[in-house]
Design a protein around this ligand. Structure first.
Ligand code: SAM
Ligand code: SF4
Length: 343
């Protein structure tokens, strides 16, 4: 018999017994930056008609909540560039803390921070308590080159505004050989000095970019060894429901996470699925298995079709991802960009 969540709908449990409680929902593939590891300068964005309306995205989110999903992270592309996205945040925010069934424990988002100064207070008022802000460098010139836009000042203002609005900020930093690797200790000190947790991420082979990714691939086990030579790192039991594994650093007094999809298998405890801006459910960030939720939500019986689609997703979720950084000249392991799947 299917295990139920506390309501009448069956919980989402995949073929490997993993319970899915965490949805990453992309609101757009568009972005106001062009981080060079994420997308090319001339990125082809999707026609708007292909993207879920905010009402459709809301309905999709509710279908997951009905099946026991308790954590939703809004992402993109850049979620804050989607017009009226705050309406969706408010609608989902009303589900926070209402208990199951139909209740969310957490609503959060991943942002590049450029628009946070404008939205921080509205997000906090809607019930968001934490945001992840991507910040790969504190050097304005490196930022302008890496993101192809001179916006570091806006991001730092956004982080300050988030803090002032009472949001807990976690910084996400993609570790890039020859770009920010020398800056990582200084960034950790800065983040911890400001009271922010920080997580380092390995660059993943998703989508074609201008240039070779292997040139910038920096395995985090090497970064960790460097940091261990400098500071006292103690493994922490802290978990945020994602794949990050944390250490406490005695000297900086803060927490540092490592997301190591390539050097460490992070699939075992996977509790999440992703839905793209066009409503494609990807059962795995690194896999091709997908279910079309847009067709379901646009069908004559959206609720029934969505429930069936979620069952199908549980049946096809793979045990683990199979991507690896390829040699120069080889195609990326997956053709779709992180900004399409939702980071
Ligand atoms: N625009 C928002 C942002 O930058 O935070 C949300 C979407 S972005 C795709 C989510 C995260 O994915 C960011 O932290 C970004 O650095 C990371 N990312 C993008 N492409 C990546 C890649 N190829 N490998 C590893 N991380 C990547
Ligand atoms: Fe935009 Fe985020 Fe990709 Fe950078 S990482 S280009 S901010 S979607």
């Amino acid at each position: 018999m299917q295990r139920m969540n506390s309501g009448s709908q069956p919980a989402l449990i995949d073929g490997f017994g993993r319970r899915i409680t965490y949805l990453r929902l992309s609101l757009t593939d568009r972005c106001d930056l062009r981080c060079s590891y994420c997308m090319p300068e001339r990125m082809q964005f999707l026609p708007r008609a292909e993207v879920l309306t905010l009402e459709e995205a809301h309905r999709v989110a509710l279908a997951f909540i009905d099946r026991g999903v308790t954590k939703i992270r809004l992402t993109g592309g850049e979620p804050l560039v989607r017009r009226d996205m705050i309406d969706l945040v408010r609608a989902l925010g009303r589900r926070i803390g209402t208990g199951t069934p139909g209740g969310l424990e957490e609503l959060t988002l991943t942002t590049n921070g450029t628009q946070l100064a404008e939205f921080a207070e509205d997000l906090a008022a809607a019930g968001v308590r934490r945001v992840n802000v991507s910040l790969d460098t504190l050097d304005p010139a490196t930022f302008a080159t890496l993101a192809r836009r001179d916006r570091l000042g806006a991001v730092l203002d956004g982080i300050a505004a988030a803090r002032a609005a009472g949001l807990k900020v976690k910084l996400n930093t993609v570790a890039l050989k020859g770009v920010n690797e020398d800056e990582i200790p200084a960034m950790v000190e800065w983040a911890h000095g400001q009271g922010h947790d920080m997580t380092l991420i390995e660059v993943m082979p998703l989508g074609e970019v201008d240039g070779e990714r292997i040139d910038h691939y920096l395995p985090l086990d090497a970064v960790r060894r460097d940091l261990e030579a400098r500071w006292t790192l103690t493994p922490s039991g802290h978990r945020t429901g994602g794949p990050s594994r944390y250490v406490n650093i005695a000297e900086t007094g803060g927490r540092l996470g490592f997301i190591t999809p390539l050097t460490g298998n992070f699939c075992e405890g996977c509790n999440r699925v992703r839905v793209t801006a066009t409503g494609q459910l990807y059962a795995c960030l690194g896999g091709r298995e997908q279910v079309d939720l847009r067709a379901a939500v646009r069908s004559d019986d959206p609720d029934g079709a969505l429930a069936a689609a979620l069952d199908e997703a549980m049946a096809i979720k793979p045990e683990r991802h199979h991507f690896a950084i390829r040699e120069a000249g080889e195609a990326p392991a997956l053709a779709r960009h992180m900004s399409v799947t939702g980071g």
